[in-house]
Ligand binder design. Structure first.
Ligand code: UGA
Length: 440
C-alpha cells in the first residue's frame, strides 16, 4: 500500500512540499496551527505569492472540481497522527529577537504535539533549517517505535515548485536502515530522477543545509566586496563578475553585486550558524561569516549614501524619493529582512518623502512599514521624484519605458541597486544612471 504523507507547517516550504507530494501520487494531509491558513489552502488558495503553487494545489486539493483529491488540510493533530506513515516537519525557524540564534519554538512545539499521536512504525522527517545537534535532541522526544530522519530542503522562493519537483540533490540524515528505506520509497518517484541522493548521519545532514546557505551568502558578499573595491578603483564589478564567472570552478551564479542578500533564510542562517558554532566551541571556524554579514549590511547603508549624494548631499528632509521594489527578491511577496524595504525605511526615518511600489509585495510591505508612502504603479511612484531607486529586480522594472518615466519625475536620476537595468537604454532616454560597483 502506498505510503500516506503528512506535512506539518504550511508556509512556503510546507505548502509546496504538500502539493509536490500529492503531485507524485501520495495521499497527503497538511496541518497548520493557524486555522485561517487551513481554510484558504482547503479552497486551493495560497496565502503568499509563489509562482505555480496555486495551480499545483488546485490540481490536488480535495473538493476542487477536477482535482485528484489527494491533498487535504487539517488543524487536528489526532487526525494527522492516525493518517500518516511519514510526517514531514516544515515549520519555520526564524531568528530570535535580539539574538543571533534561531528560534526553535515552532519546531519544539510541532514535535511535542506530534509525539503523542504518531503511530508506531511511522517516520518523522525534519525539513526545517535547524542548528546542528537538533535532530539528535528531537529524536529523544519521539516515543519508542517512531523514528526520525533529517532531510533538509534547498528550495528558493520564487522557484519553490520547480526546486521541489526537480531538486539538485536530496540529502537524508538517518540513524537506521529502516528510516533510509522509507525515505527512499518516498523519493523513488520522478522527484529523484536525475537527483543524487546523499545518505548520511544527522549532524552532517543538518550541516549541509547551513553550510550551503553560508556558501551562497559568502559568494554574494564576496562580489559585493569587489564592488566596493571597483568603486574605489574605477572598475566595473559587472564585467568583473562576468569574467571570473567563466571559470567553471567559480561559476557565474550568485555573483550579482548590489544591495545584498535578505529574506527569511540567508541572513538568519549565517547568524544562527555562528551562534551554534560558538556553543560547540568552534566559533573561530566561522568568524569570516561575521564579515560576510557586515559586508552585506554595509550595502544597504551605501545605497542610502548614494541616494544622499544624488540629491546633492546633506539632509533628506523635503526630498522625494521613489523606491521601485519592496520584496527581498523578485517573484516573491516576501519582505522579511528585505534590503529594499530597509533602504526605503532608512531614508524615510531620515526625513525623506519615500514612495514605494512593488508588483507583489505591497500588502506585506504596508504591514511591516505602514508609515512609508505607497503607489499603485511604478509610474505613480516616480511622479515628481527627486531620485529613483531600483532596489528589487522585477522583470516589470526592466521593461519600464524610461522616456515615459522621465517625463513624470522631477529629476531624472536613477540608482540601480541591483545592477539589473540596461544603462544604455536609461541614459539614451536622458536619465542619469548610476549603479553599484560600476564607473559613474
Ligand atoms: C535561499 C537559498 O538560495 C535556498 O537554496 C535555500 O533553500 C533557502 O534560502 C532556504 O534556506 O530556505 P531564498 O532565500 O529563497 O533561498 O533566496 P535566494 O535566491 O538565495 O536569494 C537570497 C538573497 O540574495 C536575495 O535577497 C537576493 O536578491 C540576493 N542575491 C542573490 C544577491 O544579492 N545576489 C545574487 O547574485 C544572488
Amino acid at each position: 500500500m502506498a505510503l500516506k504523507i503528512t506535512v506539518i507547517g504550511t508556509g512556503y516550504l510546507g505548502a509546496t512540499h504538500a502539493a509536490a507530494m500529492a503531485e507524485l501520487g501520495f495521499d497527503v494531509l497538511g496541518l497548520d496551527v493557524v486555522p485561517e491558513k487551513i481554510e484558504l489552502l482547503s479552497q486551493g488558495r495560497v496565502p503568499m505569492y509563489e509562482p505555480g503553487l496555486e495551480e499545483l494545489l488546485r490540481k490536488h486539493v480535495a473538493g476542487i472540481e477536477g482535482s485528484s483529491g489527494r491533498l487535504r488540510f487539517t488543524t487536528s493533530w489526532e487526525e494527522l497522527g492516525a493518517f500518516g506513515d511519514v510526517h514531514f516537519v516544515c515549520v519555520n525557524t526564524p531568528q530570535k529577537h535580539g539574538e543571533y540564534a534561531c528560534d526553535m519554538s515552532y519546531v519544539d512545539a510541532a514535535f511535542a504535539s506530534l509525539a503523542p499521536v504518531a503511530r508506531e512504525g511511522s517516520l518523522v522527517v525534519g525539513k526545517s533549517t535547524v542548528p546542528v545537534g537538533s535532530a539528535a535532541r528531537l529524536s529523544e522526544v519521539l516515543p519508542e517505535g517512531v523514528e526520525l530522519a533529517w532531510n533538509p530542503e534547498f528550495l528558493r522562493e520564487g522557484f519553490a515548485v520547480q526546486d521541489t519537483l526537480h531538486p539538485d540533490r536530496l540529502v537524508v540524515g538517518v540513524a537506521s536502515e529502516r528510516a533510509e528505506k522509507l525515505l527512499r520509497e518516498v523519493y523513488a518517484t520522478p522527484i529523484a530522477e536525475g537527483s543524487p541522493l546523499v545518505v548520511t548521519d544527522f549532524p552532517t545532514a543538518e550541516l549541509v543545509k547551513t553550510s550551503a546557505n553560508s556558501f551562497l551568502a559568502t559568494k554574494i558578499s564576496f562580489i559585493n566586496a569587489m564592488a566596493e573595491v571597483c568603486e574605489a578603483a574605477g572598475g566595473d564589478v559587472v564585467k568583473l563578475a562576468e569574467a571570473i564567472g567563466y571559470d567553471e570552478r567559480i561559476g557565474a551564479k550568485f555573483l550579482r553585486a548590489g544591495i545584498g542578500f535578505g529574506g527569511g533564510c540567508l541572513p538568519k542562517d549565517i547568524r544562527a550558524f555562528m551562534a551554534r558554532a560558538g556553543e560547540l566551541g568552534a566559533d573561530q571556524a566561522l568568524t569570516f561569516l561575521r564579515e560576510v554579514d557586515s559586508i552585506n549590511m554595509r550595502r544597504r547603508g551605501h545605497m542610502v549614501e548614494l541616494a544622499r549624494e544624488a540629491l546633492g548631499g546633506g539632509s533628506f528632509l523635503g526630498k522625494r524619493v521613489a523606491v521601485l521594489g519592496a520584496t527581498f527578491k523578485p517573484d516573491s511577496d516576501d519582505v522579511r529582512d528585505s534590503p529594499a524595504l530597509n533602504v526605503a525605511g532608512q531614508i524615510h526615518l531620515q526625513g525623506g518623502q519615500v514612495t514605494v511600489y512593488d508588483p507583489k509585495g505591497m500588502a506585506n510591505a504596508r504591514q511591516v512599514f505602514p508609515t512609508l508612502g505607497y503607489a499603485e504603479s511604478a509610474l505613480d511612484a516616480v511622479r515628481g521624484a527627486d531620485v529613483v531607486l531600483h532596489l528589487t529586480e522585477w522583470r516589470e522594472f526592466r521593461e519600464l519605458n524610461p522616456a515615459e518615466l522621465g517625463a513624470a519625475v522631477g529629476s531624472a536620476v536613477i540608482l540601480d541597486g541591483r545592477n539589473a537595468l540596461d544603462p544604455v537604454r536609461w541614459r539614451e532616454a536622458g536619465w542619469t544612471y548610476r549603479a553599484m560597483g560600476r564607473p559613474v
